[in-house]
Structure formats: structure tokens, C-alpha cells
Design a protein around this ligand. Structure first.
Ligand SMILES: [Zn+2]
Length: 456
């Protein structure tokens, strides 16, 4: 490592010790310090002796990264990963600082980083990954991310600059990503569903792109999740490709789900404690990465079995003798998938919905109008809305046609107690925006209902 990068590493390590002593949990701060000293720290601190994997996309980054890490570890590899959410350059730099010795050496075989959509071009340029996984591009909170077409065109430019021996792994059901991948001349691996009809209820309300990325023509075919589907253009020759790693079917079980997939002409059935078909897609993406890295089927199976729910993602716990499930939902497509996963399990759901409008949640709460509450409104048995935007949620749910009384309690802690008190013996499902989820989870830790998870 060159002198300047080594100095940045030391400063980062000192900053890490200082923040620990100070009691702060700022996971990215040491990275910020190192990048101030050496703006090219990531590039110089990471070497190409180990395999670097980057993954980006709107939804599913954290869970997919967990699956990939588990599969690699089951095959005996040592994986360096960034904690969920620390997915900007500073978070990646901080992860490197934590895992490098003071002399700059390391003993990991694989580095796996989830990367924010906007940060991807810079990070990919610095790290020159062996594998780049693109999961999906959905419309996110509008004020934070702007037009996804801008992200797509920046990704397209970034992908052209990848080393030729990189492997690009892309969601075969996302027409926009297929268009993004066309500029890359190296090896491409596609993952996705082959028969959307076998995946259950379509989620089409939040469809944000229905046009052909080549000619703007209308795409026809089966969609199953927003704009994702098996699609072809009515005007030009564009069509979504046949996946190399294919999701054949998905079945919700008592706990978790069963997933059938096919790769290299072999069928494989996987059992995961995770719920929801969005997790089935995350799993297929992870298998595509694992097979590209020649992880054996046995290690894939062992890895999948070991993955539990990520922090606040359909996390189950008991409160006052009741089963409670905490879901995170950050955008219309993700929210709709959570609602579908809930109604797969209960016909008359009891819900606590919490919405904040801080920067990490999206300050413009109008995205809740793109959530398909109409689908379940009439069947909702008990409903409490909470958070800074509790009032907006109440109006949205009333408009959707909720027949029962809507309990409005802006204070999250009071709302949690109220929802528990009002509910029957059914499970209580909490669906929370990002900062509301963090707050509720802290509350649950304080009450001893869930354990603290540091690396999340
Ligand atoms: Zn076309």
C-alpha cells in the first residue's frame, strides 16, 4: 500500500477507536476520515488478490448480500462485507479499515459490498469488481433519488468501463436493466422468473415502466412485480432474456418458504426461513453469484438454511403473548410485496402502519398513494397508523376503503402499545418506513423483546 493510503488507514483506525470510546455507533465515520486524507483510499486499500463482488439495486440488497455471504462461508471462504445501509464510499472504506491490519494486509478471500445506486459508478470504477450484480431498479422515494432513468444511464456508462474479465449478473425480468447491460461485452449471467404466473398474486399497481427500452414501444407479456416480467416488444426485437438461473416456483410455508429453481439444466429445491417472493428473487440472484464463483450445490444449500431474517425485515417476536412481525417497506413496490406476503398468511390482517418523513424515509410522503392498499382494505380487521405522517396514512387508508375504525397515534411507542391492546389473538403485522423501523426496533431491544444485532 502506498504511503498516503497507509496514512489514511491509520487515521481511519484511530477514528474508529475514538468513536468507540465516545460511544457513537457511526459506522461510516472512519471511512470519511480516510477518504479525506486519500480520496483514492478504496482503490488502494483493496487489492485484486481477493475476489470483489459488488451488488446494487433498489430493493433486496441487504438480504441478497446475506445469502451470498452465507453460501461463500459455507464453502470455506472468508468474506469481508459492509454492514447493511453503510453502502456509500465512506461505508465501504470503513469496512476495509476494520478488516485491514495496521500494515494494510488482510486474510479474506472475498470482498462483498452492497452499494447505493448513486454511488455505484464511483465505487465500481475504484474497485473494478470481478462480479457485479444488478438486482432491480424500482421507483424509490422521489425526492431522494430522482428519475431512475438517470441512474440507468449512469450505470450503463459505468458498466462499459468494467474490466473485460468481470462477470455482470443481471435481473432478466427488468427491461431497464437489460438495456443497461447491453454496453458490456464481457460475460453476462441472467437470473429471474420464467413463468410469472407461478409466483402468485401479481403486483402491478406500482408499475413504473411499461415501455420498450430500445424503441419505446409497448411491452407485452406477464408482469409479476411492478415492471418486472417476461416481456417482449410489439414493434422491435427486444425481449427479456431466458434466465441462466431461473426461479421456477415459490410456495409460502408455515414458516418461511419453499423455492424451486433451475440452473445448468438441474432442478434444485431450497427451503428458507425467509418469507415473501421478493426474497425468492433475492435468493435466485444470490445463487447466480454463487454459481458464477463456482460454489458447490452443497454449500449453496447449507448457506441458504443458515440465513435468518435481516434486521427489521419480517422479524418475528413475541410481545404480551402475541406474535408480532416487523416489516420494513421503503417504496411502493417493496410495500406492495410486504402486503402480498402478509395476505398470503392471514385473511383478515391486523396492522400497525408507521410512516416517517425524515431524509432516509423520503420527505415527500406522496409515494403512499402508489401503494395498493385497495387490494386488502376491506379485509383489514384492526388498524393503527403512526409516525410523523400518521394523518396522511389515515387519509390514504380511508380512501382505500378500510371499513374498520382507524386508530391514529403519531407517537410510535404509544401506537405499538395501543395496537397490542386492541388486537385479538392473531399476529400483529407492523409495516414501517426506515426511520420508524429503526425507532421501533430500538424500543423492542429496550423492552427485551428482540436481541440487538450489531452488524446490521
Ligand atoms: Zn421495442
Amino acid at each position: 500500500m502506498r504511503a498516503r493510503s497507509l496514512l489514511a488507514l491509520w487515521a481511519g483506525k484511530v477514528a474508529a477507536i475514538a468513536t468507540r470510546v465516545g460511544g457513537s455507533q457511526g459506522t461510516s465515520f472512519p471511512g470519511l476520515v480516510a477518504l479525506r486524507i486519500d480520496p483514492r483510499f478504496i482503490q488502494h486499500a483493496s487489492n485484486r488478490k481477493h475476489v470483489t463482488i459488488l451488488l446494487s439495486g433498489t430493493n433486496g440488497k441487504t438480504t441478497t448480500a446475506r445469502f451470498i455471504t452465507a453460501m461463500l462461508e459455507a464453502s470455506g471462504k472468508k468474506v469481508l462485507a459492509n454492514p447493511a445501509g453503510a453502502n456509500l464510499s465512506t461505508g465501504i472504506a470503513a469496512a476495509l479499515i476494520r478488516n485491514l491490519s495496521w500494515g494494510g494486509s488482510n486474510d479474506y478471500t472475498h470482498a462483498l459490498f452492497e452499494v447505493d445506486e448513486h454511488a455505484l459508478p464511483t465505487v465500481a470504477q475504484a474497485l473494478k469488481p470481478s462480479v457485479l450484480l444488478l438486482t432491480n431498479l424500482f421507483r424509490d422515494q422521489l425526492d431522494r433519488f430522482g428519475e431512475i432513468d438517470t441512474i440507468a444511464s449512469r450505470w450503463k456508462e459505468a458498466i462499459k468501463k468494467l474490466p473485460v474479465d468481470s462477470v455482470l449478473i443481471v435481473n432478466a425480468n427488468d427491461p431497464r436493466l437489460i438495456a443497461v447491460s447491453t454496453g458490456f461485452t464481457g460475460r453476462k449471467v441472467f437470473f429471474g422468473a420464467t413463468e410469472p404466473g407461478l409466483l402468485g398474486t401479481p403486483n402491478l399497481n406500482a408499475a413504473d415502466s411499461t415501455r420498450c427500452p430500445s424503441c419505446g414501444g409497448v411491452l407485452s407479456g406477464d408482469r409479476f412485480m411492478a415492471h418486472l416480467g417476461v416481456l417482449r416488444c410489439g414493434i422491435c426485437s427486444f425481449r427479456t432474456p431466458t434466465p441462466d438461473v431461473a426461479l421456477l416456483h415459490y410456495r409460502p410455508e408455515e414458516t418461511g418458504s419453499k423455492i424451486g429453481l433451475m440452473f445448468e439444466k438441474k432442478n434444485l429445491t431450497l427451503q428458507t426461513p425467509l418469507e415473501g417472493r421478493f426474497n425468492a428473487l433475492n435468493l435466485v440472484a444470490a445463487v447466480a453469484v454463487a454459481r458464477t464463483l463456482e460454489v458447490s450445490e452443497k454449500s449453496i444449500l447449507a448457506g441458504v438454511a443458515s440465513v435468518r431474517q435481516a434486521f427489521g425485515r419480517a422479524e418475528h417476536f413475541q410481545a404480551q403473548g402475541r406474535e408480532v412481525i416487523l416489516h420494513l417497506a421503503k417504496n411502493p413496490t417493496g410495500y406492495n410485496e410486504v402486503l402480498i406476503a402478509i395476505t398470503e398468511r392471514v385473511s383478515q390482517p391486523e396492522l400497525l402502519l408507521a410512516l416517517n418523513d425524515y431524509w432516509a424515509d423520503g420527505q415527500d410522503a406522496s409515494w403512499i398513494w402508489d401503494i395498493d392498499f385497495e387490494r386488502m382494505a376491506a379485509s383489514i380487521q384492526q388498524l393503527t397508523v403512526s409516525g410523523v405522517r400518521a394523518g396522511d396514512l389515515a387519509i390514504r387508508l380511508a380512501t382505500a376503503g378500510v371499513a374498520k375504525e382507524i386508530n391514529v397515534e403519531a407517537n410510535l411507542e404509544s401506537a405499538f402499545d395501543l395496537a397490542l391492546k386492541k388486537s385479538s389473538d392473531q399476529p400483529l403485522h407492523i409495516v414501517a418506513s426506515y426511520t420508524a423501523m429503526l425507532f421501533l426496533r430500538k424500543l423492542l431491544v429496550r423492552r427485551g423483546l428482540v436481541t440487538k444485532e450489531w452488524n446490521a
